[in-house]
Design a protein around this ligand. Structure first.
Ligand SMILES: O=P(O)(O)OC[C@H]1O[C@H](OP(=O)(O)OP(=O)(O)O)[C@H](O)[C@@H]1O
Length: 136
């Protein structure tokens, strides 16, 4: 999936839960680090620095809080998000905002299936996929 982009990442991020599964596989194939983007979760100790952001309504009309430990993504990193599916694009939009919060370079969102309802996300994120839902 990393081959969908020309820029090689230094870190792969994947939102739980299926994005964490495919993201970890992509990171292992690339030989780079992996960061699990947790959902409605938070710091384990008071000393952890976490960053969090909340989505707009996703495909189930939920507002989901995504976050990860701040020091896992550094300002010099090039970050690729990997997920299985994109529908509203809210998950990818918020993960991108978290990466921006870290001052890292965002490459894009690579998904197995593109089921985006709003085509603007495809261009703006950018989002690239192995399959288009309209062809399934
Ligand atoms: O484009 P969006 O509307 O944001 O939806 C896409 C997200 O929804 C699915 O996860 P889901 O929330 O079902 O969680 P799961 O992987 O834990 O089942 C999918 O794996 C994406 O992460």
């Amino acid at each position: 999936m990393a081959g969908l982009y020309d820029v090689r990442p230094t870190v792969v991020v994947g939102p739980v839960s299926r994005g964490a599964l495919v993201g970890a596989l992509a990171a292992a194939a690339l030989g780079v680090g992996f960061v699990e983007v947790r959902k409605n979760d938070g710091q384990a100790t008071d000393s952890d620095r976490w960053i969090r952001r909340t989505t707009g309504p996703d495909y189930q009309d939920r507002h989901v809080v995504f976050g990860f430990r701040r020091d896992l993504v550094q300002s010099g990193d090039r970050v690729l998000m990997v997920d299985d599916w994109a529908a509203t694009g809210e998950t990818a939009r918020v993960v991108r905002a978290l990466v921006d919060d870290c001052g890292a370079q965002w490459i894009g969102a690579a998904c197995i299936v593109d089921a985006l309802g709003d085509a603007r996300f495809r261009h703006d994120l950018p989002l690239r996929a192995l399959l288009d839902v309209r062809n399934l």
